[in-house]
Design a protein. Structure first.
Length: 249
């Protein structure tokens, strides 16, 4: 019986030593893994990459407003319909197609008689009618010339007001993806140059965040924290920025 008890005690001691040794090894591995994880997190580099490209607008939108003043609505509508036909002929004669322009409904407002002191009365003195036409074309150069030729309409006794032509880039979504990819490559190259100059190497990219995306006039130096989309210039420059973080080996 004594020998059996001694064997059991010996086995308990061995088991206890194994458990203690396992705890020590586990603690070491856990601590070493924690240090490695912290080291990975602390050895990282965040850089800003950028890319730019010059591009010409391929879509122009132009709005023309014309007004009529008349003593009564009947003659007012007759005049504005006549003006509409002349404007339509003007656009078609300059090479535009019917589906490239769209007229809005006519708006009419009463005009009240005014007293000598400048105050309006309740007596209607006439009416003001207004209508817009929005013209859209991919021929941006033609639209620019056309917007400068509205004097031809004025010479036809049309009270016309020509708004500024707005110029857009139709494939902006595709360009945005392309520019962000190039900005990311630039960020990686910057990080590589910085780290290799100290004898290190960059690892994987931990994160990437899109910065300001701007479309400005070709020679503009405008910058905004919220981004810019310039529509007044035909020739534009697209700027893309990406903030990327890389691990350092």
């Amino acid at each position: 019986m004594k020998d059996i008890r001694e064997v059991k005690d010996y086995q308990i001691i061995i088991l206890g030593l194994c458990i203690a040794l396992g705890a020590i090894v586990s603690t070491y591995l856990l601590a070493n893994g924690l240090v490695s994880f912290q080291k990975l997190n602390t050895q990282a580099l965040t850089v800003t990459g950028s890319a730019s490209q010059e591009i010409k607008s391929d879509l122009a939108v132009w709005t023309v407003v014309y007004d009529v003043r008349s003593k009564d609505l009947k003659s007012g509508y007759a005049k504005i319909n006549s003006d509409k036909k002349q404007i339509e002929e003007f656009l078609l004669s300059n090479g535009l197609k019917e589906d490239s322009f769209k007229f809005t409904p006519v708006s009419s407002y009463p005009v009240y008689k005014r007293l000598a002191n400048g105050y309006d009365t309740n007596e209607v003195d006439g009416y003001r009618l207004s209508q817009n036409v929005e013209v859209t074309s991919n021929d941006v150069d033609k639209m620019t010339k056309l917007s400068a030729a509205t004097s031809q309409l004025v010479n036809k006794n049309i009270e016309v007001s020509s708004n500024r032509v707005d110029y857009y880039v139709s494939n902006l979504d595709e360009l945005k993806i392309k520019m962000l990819a190039e900005a990311t490559k630039d960020a990686k190259q910057r990080a590589k140059s910085m780290v290799e100059s100290t004898g290190g190497h960059i690892g994987v990219m931990n994160s990437a965040k899109m910065g300001v995306f701007q479309i400005v006039a070709k020679n503009s130096t405008d910058v905004s924290d919220y981004g810019i989309y310039n529509t007044s210039a035909i020739d534009k420059k697209i700027n893309a920025v990406v903030n990327a973080t890389f691990t350092i080996k």
